[in-house]
Design a protein around this ligand. Sequence first.
Ligand SMILES: Cc1cc2nc3c(=O)[nH]c(=O)nc-3n(C[C@H](O)[C@H](O)[C@H](O)COP(=O)(O)OP(=O)(O)OC[C@H]3O[C@@H](n4cnc5c(N)ncnc54)[C@H](O)[C@@H]3O)c2cc1C
Length: 421
Amino acid sequence: MICICGNRKQILVDLNIRLYGNQIDIQRFIMVHAVGSGLYGLTNPFDTPERKAFRETIEAFVETEIRPHAHEWDEAGHVPWELHEKLGALGVWGFGIDEKFGGLGFDDPFMRMDFAVAMSMCGAGGIPAALGGRGISLDPLQKLAHDDIRLRVLPEIISGRKGSSLGITEPGAGSDVANLKTTAERDGEDWILNGSKTFITGGMESDFFVIGARTGGPGLAGISLFFVESDTPGFTRTPLTKKMGWWASNQATLYFDDMRVPGKNLMGQENYGFIQIMQNFNTERLGLIGCALGMMKVCLEDSIAWAQERETFGKPLIKHQVIRHKIADMSAKIDAVQSNLWILCAQIEAGHMPVAEICKGKFHATKALEFCASEAMQILGGAGYLRGNRIENVYREVKVIAIGGGSEEIMKDLAVRQMGL
Ligand SMILES: Cc1cc2nc3c(=O)[nH]c(=O)nc-3n(C[C@H](O)[C@H](O)[C@H](O)COP(=O)(O)OP(=O)(O)OC[C@H]3O[C@@H](n4cnc5c(N)ncnc54)[C@H](O)[C@@H]3O)c2cc1C
């Protein structure tokens, strides 16, 4: 466990000592980074020694602790729980969370994104989904939950000892959040919840949930958020199986059948849930841009490696102009998504939440990812079609990034609305 009460520099030094001290094959790490820096020409003008140290720590963790097992865990449909705790010990879920709740006591959008990018390069998108699914419930818990709840559950979630999930989507309402049907009715001091949620990431293992439910009339002005625990009578769940991707993570359908929760489980102001959900989407969508970027980097990295090794018509693939142009196209799209992400992070760091630009950034990134996944698959040819390589995995997992957290269509609609049209 790192010391989360010290200053941020000390925290990051501690992270490095911990990793370099006993876990990392330094030689392998240097090789990986020497190759990586040659591929991605742009350097981050907002980088700092602390961010660099954090990024290198996470990249090293992914390279040694996750990547060698990624395929096996994806096929098994499960990530060992100890990995949650190992990552928790690095403080990766503490951004933006007060130290008294077990957080780092500071936020850094660049570090959050470096984490998302590095994790998405591990070889199976279900792994960051399984581990990071808790991330989208943390901001509402920190900002809106009753103090008793925050003090009790946030340290458990941030340390990786327990899981948490956000439950907004329902069988009858995904994009149309304002139309959700799960109800919460007052009964004395308590609330009684009825309804269901589906596609909830981590839902089969999480102990804690943030749930959107209708407390008022129809539409967006009648929704509130609730803190829910999985051992509450009336709570049941079933897994969603046979998915296209994200195998290493679990998604659940949750059922609330006359589920009674105490009055203090109402999070924030009654009937203000819609705006709270929308605000939370901003950080989720930013994270998904980071995921798309990491997956695009996988496409480029593995395409180059394959094109240098594979020979056709008497020369390496990389010497064929058509293939070289594919590499150039992928690389240019990575530069564009990367630059945009840095600017978005810089704006957030300066205290401005660029809602429309995040929406535009998300659909732009997922379209760019779709392109890269397709081109990488072409470059690998039949080899890319076989399970066990990163390109096959990325190709299957493009769509969850394009749909989850706000689909491309909804992102475009929101962006245009933010333009006042
Ligand atoms: C693997 C996975 C994990 C997920 N994890 C979570 C989670 O942890 N928590 C959670 O709450 N949800 C989660 N989701 C749900 C996800 O957020 C929704 O799938 C997403 O918001 C889209 O909702 P929907 O699937 O119901 O599609 P719908 O809303 O039914 O839309 C279907 C299609 O129609 C399009 N469409 C809808 N309305 C319009 C319109 N007005 N104009 C044009 N096109 C439109 C959409 O873009 C989409 O392409 C997850 C989903 C997946 C696949």
